[in-house]
Ligand binder design. Sequence first.
Ligand SMILES: Nc1nc2c(ncn2[C@@H]2O[C@H](COP(=O)(O)OP(=O)(O)OP(=O)(O)O)[C@@H](O)[C@H]2O)c(=O)[nH]1
Length: 190
Amino acid sequence: MLVGDSGVGKTCLLVRFKDGAFLAGSFISTVGIDFRNKVLTVDGVKVKLQIWDTAGQERFRSVTHAYYRDAHALLLLYDVTNKASFDNIQAWLTEIHEYAQQDVVLMLLGNKVDSAQDRVVKREDGEKLAKEYGVPFMETSAKSGLNVELAFTAIAKELKHRSMKLPNEPKFKLHDYVKKEVRGSGCCRF
Ligand SMILES: Nc1nc2c(ncn2[C@@H]2O[C@H](COP(=O)(O)OP(=O)(O)OP(=O)(O)O)[C@@H](O)[C@H]2O)c(=O)[nH]1
């Protein structure tokens, strides 16, 4: 499930992942909730992701609350060009703790890093906040595609690992995987 303030790029991130395209132009806010499916092959196993795109607007909050309980994973987004969306992350985390399952897979994403000239939230600030709450973090761009596939693949890997629970398989650590992959991807050019 994708959550975060209105306009941070949740729908665009999902469309980029699903269709490999960017929705340029006018911004059409999501009404309530929407979903799309995508099948990924992770370590030779097919993982079907049903991805719920929620409305960030306050007036739809009671609708989204109802969906938290059934979510296996949450991608919490802010917009690196919008300080308020970053400042609101703590409030989103409070909601998540209140409504989602205790063991929900959670990842923090700072989106729109292609807009370097408009950036107001530094990468280090995102990293610091994520560290404080013990959640994996990466910066993304639905526009350029940076780290989009990686974010969803990391989630799929964690979910696959959890559902299969093979006794001899070493424990998959989402945090370490994300750190290693982001470091290797040349992500920090923005
Ligand atoms: N430059 C840039 N713009 C983006 C990016 N992602 C989204 N946008 C723009 O940001 C605006 C909002 O994107 P949406 O994906 O509709 O935002 P949302 O979070 O789904 O918004 P709600 O449905 O209201 O919750 C649109 O004008 C997009 O074109 C990005 O990675 N880079």
